[in-house]
Design a protein around this ligand. Structure first.
Ligand SMILES: Nc1ncnc2c1ncn2[C@@H]1O[C@H](COP(=O)(O)OP(=O)(O)OP(=O)(O)O)[C@@H](O)[C@H]1O
Ligand SMILES: [Mg+2]
Length: 257
């Protein structure tokens, strides 16, 4: 995608031969993937193929044991970093199943997240302004900021909250795990527009994990990867997503079984 005469402004996430185990079971069996600034990569694949495991391993979830390979952000070893250091380095993960944080309001949570990512607390007045702008852009009601994080949130509210984080944190690389699941058509459009605003600067990279091509109609990927049996088994352009929707994953799951 990049013009070779131009030096890209943003970052590069490099996943090299990544192997990950969960509860002593090998789930990722050598994943290779490079996401450059300005690129959007979609990962599609059957249930249980290891897509979320990839996202969690990159984000540093303690349950996921790295047994081989490397993950580099602009050449720096992400796997050696604490979760906070990863956020400061510019990584963001939107989880498939975001957790509840009882007793912590959305507003306080987001301010802490911005503080962790920047290494210093944002000025309250500016933060409140940014928060309001972000919520308006995502058609989120203002009362939402005072609710406890994810407590009683509907599926759609959880996903909007993830995109609100994206807007406020402005990471270099965003990993979005099924941000489209459970969204009605209007919410899907609002969330997709949020992702597209995030991409518009051209200096950020997106790794979008999804089951459905409908989000890819709004958020056009540059590359589509098929994930099966803990590794990438095919790569292509946006047309590959259409083919998967029509034909399913059987051809890939048979080959990796
Ligand atoms: N914390 C865990 N404990 C035990 N097994 C786990 C854990 N996390 C993942 N696994 C197993 O690893 C495999 C891959 O799971 P993962 O969630 O990465 O799949 P996925 O591709 O994201 O699936 P889906 O499309 O359903 O979200 C599954 O067999 C799952 O049961
Ligand atoms: Mg998953």
């Amino acid at each position: 995608m990049s013009d070779s005469t131009r030096i890209p402004a943003g970052s590069t996430l490099e996943i090299r031969d990544l192997k990950v185990s969960v509860a002593d079971k090998e789930i990722l069996r050598g994943v290779n993937l490079t996401v450059r600034a300005g690129e959007t990569h979609a990962i599609m694949g059957p249930n249980g193929s290891g897509k979320s495991t990839l996202a969690y391993a990159i984000a540093g979830h303690p349950k996921y044991t790295i047994t081989g390979g490397q993950v580099l952000l602009d050449g720096a070893d992400l796997l050696e970093m604490s979760v906070d250091e990863r956020a400061r380095a510019g990584l963001f993960l939107a989880m498939q199943y975001p957790v509840e944080v009882p007793g912590v309001s959305v507003s306080n949570f987001l301010r802490s997240a911005v503080t962790a990512a920047r290494g210093e607390a944002p000025k309250l007045r500016q933060f409140s302004k940014d928060l309001k702008a972000g919520m308006d852009a995502l058609s989120i009601d203002s009362a939402f900021a005072q609710r406890n994080v994810n407590e009683g949130f509907s599926g759609g509210e959880k996903k909007r909250h993830e995109i609100l984080q994206l807007e406020l944190l402005k990471p270099k690389i965003a990993v979005l795990d099924e941000t489209d699941s459970g969204l009605d058509v209007d919410a899907l459009r609002v969330v997709s527009e949020g992702i597209n605003r995030f991409r518009a600067g051209g200096d950020t990279g997106v790794l979008l994990i999804t089951h459905y091509t409908r989000i890819l109609r709004y958020v056009k990927p540059d590359f589509v990867h098929v994930f099966a049996g803990g590794r990438i088994v095919e790569q292509g352009g946006p047309e590959l997503a259409e083919k998967l929707e029509a034909e399913g994953y059987e051809a890939y799951t048979k080959a990796t079984a």
